[in-house]
Design a protein around this ligand. Sequence first.
Ligand code: GCU
Length: 400
Amino acid sequence: MSSTRTRLAIGIAAALALATPLAIANADAATTLPTVLAAHPAAAPAATTYTAAQVLAAIQQHSTSATQVNTKPHINTMTRAQNVNVYQPASGVFVYTSSMAIDDDGSDPDPDPDHQGETTFQDSSGKQLAAHHVPFYVLGDDCWDNKTPCPHFFYKEHGISGRQFALVFYNGKAIGAIFGDTQTGNSQTTSDNDSRELGEASVKTASLLGIPSSGTTGGVDNGVTVAIFSGPSWVVNGTNANLSDNAQALVQNALNTLGASLAGGTTTPPPPSGTLFEAETGTLSSGGTFDSNHLGFTGTGFANPANAVGAYVQIPVTATTAGTKTLSFRYSDGTTAARPATITVNGTSRGTLNFPVTANWDTWSTATISVPLNAGANTVRVTGTVADGPANIDSVTVSQ
Ligand code: GCU
């Protein structure tokens, strides 16, 4: 299919979207977001640490079923294939790879008969975005299934609002772009387009990436990767005259931040000081597994004990001297309920330790308890007291 697409009723969708900016802003304010990828737009230009190729390779490595956000596939805007998925390779970053159909909407004139004068979002002066000047990408206007949570990736559920920064990768290059327009909500009945589509961006996005940028004959069918950085600190401000420059100024920062995060470097607090013992050196009760499908663990993985009362992970630890020591468990609990567990040392219960929820399974926290240890070898067992079993346990650190 060519990039000439029927968008006859997009004006209705745009008008609806324009009528609800307050609701969008409120929804975003209410969203609790991981702040690990906070942007520093005011900072001096970042030194090159991670290249576009390195970050794209790491994204692809972390785009697996374990990080997939949507449960129903999206539609490639150009080819119409229902084979596009959205992944969250790092906290707060949402990625898909699809086509680039060309959006020529907004305040720049364009001879394309489908050209619309309005974009869903505006520049910081309230002017419609200019597709020939501003690199912007397009997302679905609403949840196709009208469900919460949406079985598809729906931006309002993920702290994404107008002018949200994204890295767009194509052919070895990465550029900065902003969220500028939306794709045809459920209310539209006169077009074959719908909000499940992913894979459209503005004329300027295409031209910066060397993709044919005509609104009627341009575009590319596959191979464009969009990595959206959610949260208020990654919203780009500016006017049609400088939004592109402002977005490009964030590119190296974004590559470095995401690159470090995917390398396991900076998303999570370092384990507490002391001597660290990895959970994966231990043993699990029946049904438990040592996994590596969530980000940010240390060592080679983490313990995922079975979901049952009495399920446990037992970790061998050593102490140089006998006495009372602090055990700090590094754990994650991406559910909505805490997972208290009994801590048993050398076969004696030392009490129940609470493991409160963390933002998601990629976010690690610590829970500490003081226990007596022998000089030399000891065993520490974490036994679930609720039906969900213990939290995921990454390590235990022994300190004085
Ligand atoms: C999910 C998560 C696991 C976790 C499990 C649980 O499946 O991916 O890592 O252990 O939930 O509820 O315990």
